[in-house]
Design a protein around this ligand. Structure first.
Ligand SMILES: NC(=O)c1ccc[n+]([C@@H]2O[C@H](COP(=O)([O-])OP(=O)(O)OC[C@H]3O[C@@H](n4cnc5c(N)ncnc54)[C@H](O)[C@@H]3O)[C@@H](O)[C@H]2O)c1
Length: 253
């Protein structure tokens, strides 16, 4: 049990990668604070963890609300009695070319995907540094934090920024014992991407961008997140690890 009795807080834990990561942490002995803007889904993740014999608490949290972040992080720390790991998984995406993207949509995506990561990381780091404890943050960047694809300007910009923020925090916090890393998943089947799979041609295109000619599953992302958060990655900080089935290896001929 790599995380026995550790306190893990996860944003966007009601669905997809955040949900699967919450379940995996609980299976490894952690007490998990499952936060999501959608309180029903956060509660359902907690139910699933408890059904499997794990420990978790649900919190409603909009990661773009600075006041709420402060309140929920304090409440979660109290419920878990310690805080060791933060997973920033809450995320949204647009599908719109840059020429048509409304300003409001640009702001929505940047706020959730970038500002939310900043606010939650700051709350977590303030708590740990005030107590002089060590810990680990894992951010959900994306393959689109390392390369681009058309029609996702705010998403691609926000994920590149998360890669940068991960480097920045890794550098600043290196000596404090708080490691900060990110993962860059390829297309992973979750609510975020489900519409791709409703159209067989689109599903084939999605498969073909990965060298392995398939999409990823949330559990495959969760396992690498747990590795980065664990002592097995004790000399890693400031990096973004692609989990992309070979997408970034190059283009097929
Ligand atoms: N699925 C993929 O193919 C893929 C690929 C690369 C990166 N990612 C990233 O992984 C993360 C998780 O994505 P997913 O595929 O699990 O998506 P998902 O839609 O299944 O889950 C995202 C969760 O975030 C929550 N959320 C949205 N806005 C929020 C806010 N303001 N505050 C708190 N919670 C909020 C949603 O309610 C949802 O439960 C995202 O950051 C996403 O960009 C996903």
């Amino acid at each position: 049990m790599r995380f026995q009795d550790q306190g893990v807080i996860i944003t966007g834990a009601g669905s997809g990668i955040g949900r699967e990561t919450a379940i995996e942490f609980a299976q490894e002995g952690a007490v998990v604070a499952c936060t999501d803007i959608d309180s029903d889904t956060a509660g359902r993740t907690v139910e699933e963890i408890e059904k499997r014999g794990g420990r978790a608490h649900a919190f409603t949290l909009d990661t773009t609300d600075p006041k709420a972040v402060k309140t929920v992080f304090a409440a979660a720390a109290e419920r878990m009695s310690r805080m060791d790991v933060l997973i920033n998984s809450a995320g949204v995406r647009e599908i719109e070319p840059v020429v048509d993207l409304p300003y409001e949509e640009w702001c929505r995506v940047i706020n959730v995907n970038l500002t939310g990561v900043f606010l939650c990381s700051q709350a977590f780091v303030r708590k740990l540094t005030s107590e002089g404890t060590s810990g680990s943050i894992v951010n959900l960047a994306s393959t689109l934090g390392l390369t681009a694809a058309p029609n996702r300007p705010a998403y691609t910009a926000s994920k590149h920024a998360v890669v940068g923020l991960t480097k920045e925090m890794g550098l600043e916090l290196g000596e404090s014992g708080i490691r900060v890393n990110a993962v860059g998943p390829g297309v992973t089947r979750t609510a975020l991407t489900e519409r791709y799979f409703q159209n067989p041609d689109m599903a084939d295109t999605v498969k073909s961008i990965h060298a392995m000619n398939r999409w990823g599953e949330a559990r495959e992302i969760a396992r690498v997140i747990l590795f980065l958060a664990s002592e097995d990655a004790s000399f890693m900080t400031g990096v973004t690890v692609p989990i992309d089935g070979g997408w970034l290896a190059g283009k097929k001929m």
